[in-house]
Design a protein around this ligand. Structure first.
Ligand code: ZN
Length: 209
């Protein structure tokens, strides 16, 4: 599986000013383009477990030195959960804004298909693993997916359950109330709802200690 489903795509023309320093203005566009999921770890933003932020793919501290990249340059912005953003900080592998990786260290833009197709993947139980050395560096050194394995899996499973319930609710609305198909879909939705409740309880306990 891919780490993010569906894969994010940045719009060509952002709705807000691409010039200036108010990069957080781009958050609504990014939320939409990243399908409400963190560009790095794929966690869904609707569980209120963390803040979601606007991350700079090439870090501000780096391009401030060369001055070639704008703070609001949309193709350098990433919708990111606070955990990924805090872990990534101003890591950058090279002395150039056009060299994203050097040897086994560096980054792949989260809107580049290679992020999932070449370097990282989602395991069947919701964890994030790597296929390359660069993927390993991103997963361990850059974002700490290994240290965050428990919460990453929990968030993934909770979100998959949410998606399943939403799909069943749509199906249910198309059936005649009380028909055998209606009852079947309803009982399936109830099963998932219990699962959702239990995952959610686990999530609250995990983050609230
Ligand atoms: Zn994240």
């Amino acid at each position: 599986m891919t780490v993010r489903i569906p894969l994010p795509t940045r719009r060509i023309t952002p709705t807000k000013n691409p010039i200036g320093k108010n990069w957080s203005e781009h958050k609504p566009d990014l939320k939409e383009d990243f399908n409400s999921h963190c560009g790095w770890c794929g966690s869904y933003d609707g569980f209120r477990h963390t803040y979601f932020e606007v991350d700079h793919f090439i870090p501000k501290s780096f391009f401030e030195l060369s001055g070639k990249i704008g703070y609001c340059q949309y193709d350098n912005l990433v919708y990111s959960c606070k955990f990924c953003n805090n872990k990534k900080l101003d890591k950058w592998p090279s002395q150039s804004e056009t060299v994203f990786s050097k040897g086994d260290e560096g980054f792949v833009d989260p809107c580049d298909i290679a992020y999932d197709s070449t370097h990282l993947y989602r395991t069947s139980d919701g964890g994030i693993m790597w296929k390359t050395k660069l993927g390993e560096w991103m997963a361990t050194k850059a974002f700490g997916f290994d240290e965050r394995d428990y919460s990453i899996k929990l968030l993934w499973n909770l979100n998959q359950t949410r998606i399943a319930i939403e799909a069943l609710v749509v199906l249910l609305a198309k059936e005649i109330n009380g028909s055998s198909r209606y009852n079947l879909i309803k009982s399936k939705a109830q099963e998932y709802s219990l699962e959702y409740f239990l995952y959610h309880k686990e999530l609250i306990e995990f983050y609230n200690g």
